[in-house]
Design a protein around this ligand. Structure first.
Ligand SMILES: Cc1cc2nc3c(=O)[nH]c(=O)nc-3n(C[C@H](O)[C@H](O)[C@H](O)COP(=O)(O)OP(=O)(O)OC[C@H]3O[C@@H](n4cnc5c(N)ncnc54)[C@H](O)[C@@H]3O)c2cc1C
Ligand code: FES
Ligand code: FES
Length: 473
């Protein structure tokens, strides 16, 4: 098998081939210390503050717009086959971009650490939308923190940009040439070995399964928004690392009958846009998932495979009868999500298997009552204390089918089958709601931690059910 021992990408229009130790660095370190592009700053190194924001576009992606991501938690090898623009790449022929210019005119440039990140986040907004409202600006800035001055001058700068003068970033470079520069490496697997460490990127599922069989402990990387944080905190991801980014099927995103099929490399922002109109409640819920930068990298599969009992998408997937698609040396296997999650970070996943995608049902819009909730200490960019999903099918006031799931209430996210059975075939009444709440209280087993006490979590679970009932019956 022909392999390459380097990754290839363009940065501000120039082609770079990166090999050896550099390929394993956080991408922000590669930019700053190896390439000398020090405009990108690192403050938290956890994906929280946005100082390290860069613009990114995957080579051969369907969408041709650049989106923002956090470079501090992206491992460099994941940037293979992408076009990157750092803050140095915005100005052309010594002429600042419209966003940069507006930041100066409106006193939006505050401290030197955060300002490049703010400029990049706003540039990504103008790249992806032309109708600007103050709320939209705030949404695009949820992944950028300031601890010195506040946000008003930055918001003012964003609102003052002359949208007619903003050119798509693609038009600032000889894009056709850049695309050609990467093309020849697109279908060649990567193997980069440095001492004990090895990174492998297969181009087919069979190659991936063979590698996993040989190295059962290989660590899969998707968007790295979980693993990247752990690596920056000093946790070793293991010796063998693998990414499925060169396998085209991993980007599948389609409507198949009454199901949505999501490949392992589909990021949450792409998924959210796809779901608008098809599964609006889930799309709306994804609004309060992390920040634009995180969602442009994070995947649905990564959210599940991280195995966190408070992963935000798991309760909904449990109530949408999700099926996890697996691939291993004996081929494909499909497992119901309820059976797939066995315990805390424990799955029905064989040594040679990995996840290739998730499919889940779209509830019938006319007969469904849906409630999706996340409770966290702040609204945006926070990890849940408790999350929940309620999907009920009703006819003539009768509950035909009830599906209830909670996260943050035990070692794994839970479907509450016994409570569902008691509700089915009944009309919702205060007495029935009260009985259901008593059963919920005895089924869940929350613990106390920094996000909330066990008592608080139990009370919230009952309150969320009550809220769903009040809003829908
Ligand atoms: C600032 C910040 C905010 C966040 N906010 C939220 C939030 O609001 N809600 C929330 O739920 N989470 C949040 N997260 C956590 C994280 O973004 C999500 O869990 C995300 O969906 C992970 O996806 P990923 O593609 O980045 O996974 P990765 O980090 O790439 O991988 C996560 C885990 O899944 C495994 N894995 C990846 N792909 C596969 C595969 N194909 N087969 C088998 N295993 C695989 C990896 O080995 C790893 O163990 C946040 C993280 C950060 C840094
Ligand atoms: S440095 Fe804070 S998000 Fe990357
Ligand atoms: S702009 Fe950096 S802390 Fe306020």
């Amino acid at each position: 098998m022909k392999v390459r021992d380097y990754i290839v990408l363009t940065i501000n229009g120039n082609v770079h081939k990166i090999s050896g130790e550099q390929a394993f660095m956080p991408f922000s370190s590669l930019l700053r210390y190896e390439i000398g592009l020090t405009g990108t700053k690192v403050v938290c190194a956890e994906g929280d503050c946005g100082a390290c924001t860069i613009l990114y576009r995957r080579h051969s992606a369907d969408a041709d717009k650049f989106v923002s991501i956090n470079s501090c938690i992206s491992t460099s090898f994941l940037m293979d086959m992408s076009h990157v623009i750092s803050v140095e790449g915005l100005a052309k022929q010594n002429q600042l971009s419209e966003v940069q210019d507006s930041m100066i005119r409106n006193f939006g440039g505050q401290c030197g650490f955060c300002t490049p990140g703010f400029v990049m986040a706003l540039s990504s907004m103008y790249e992806n939308t032309k109708t600007i409202t103050e709320q939209k600006v705030k949404n695009y800035l949820t992944g950028n923190l300031c601890r010195c001055t506040g946000y008003q001058p930055i918001i003012n700068a964003a609102m003052a940009v002359d949208t007619k003068k903003v050119a798509p970033l693609k038009s600032c470079y000889n894009y056709e040439k850049l695309t050609k520069d990467l093309e020849s490496d697109q279908f060649v697997p990567i193997k980069i070995t440095v001492g004990e460490k090895e990174f492998f990127a297969p181009t087919t599922l069979a190659q991936a399964a063979e590698y996993k069989k040989k190295h059962p402990n290989v660590r899969l990387f998707s968007g790295a928004t979980d693993i990247g944080v752990q690596i920056n905190k000093g946790r070793n991801p293991g010796a063998n690392l693998m990414s499925l980014h060169l396998i085209p099927e991993m980007y599948a995103l389609k409507h198949d009958g009454d199901q949505i099929v999501v490949g392992a490399r589909v990021n949450l922002n792409t998924l959210q846009k796809f779901l608008e109109g098809k599964s609006p409640k889930f799309a709306e819920f994804l609004n309060i998932f992390a920040s634009p930068q995180i969602k442009n990298a994070a995947t649905l599969v990564g959210n599940l495979a991280n195995g966190s009992p408070i992963a935000d998408t798991t309760p909904y997937l449990l109530t949408a009868d999700a099926i996890v698609e697996l691939f291993g040396s004996s081929g494909t296997r499909s497992v119901a999500l309820t059976d797939f999650i066995k315990g805390y970070k424990s799955f029905d996943l064989k040594d040679d298997e990995f996840i290739t995608g998730i499919r889940f049902k779209i509830p019938n819009a006319s007969s469904s009552k849906i409630g999706l909730f996340k409770v966290s200490q702040r609204r945006d960019l926070d990890i849940s204390c408790v999350n929940s999903s309620f999907v009920f099918q009703t006819q003539n006031n009768k509950i035909e089918k009830a599906k209830i799931a909670y996260g943050g209430v035990g070692p794994k996210a839970l479907r509450l089958f016994d409570v569902e059975k008691v509700l089915e075939g009944q009309e919702m009444t205060p007495a029935l709601a009260s009985k259901a709440k008593q059963m919920i209280a005895t089924t869940i087993t929350p613990i106390s931690d920094m996000r909330g006490s066990a008592e608080f979590r139990s009370q919230i679970c009952l309150d969320l059910f009550e809220r769903f009932v009040q809003e829908n019956f």
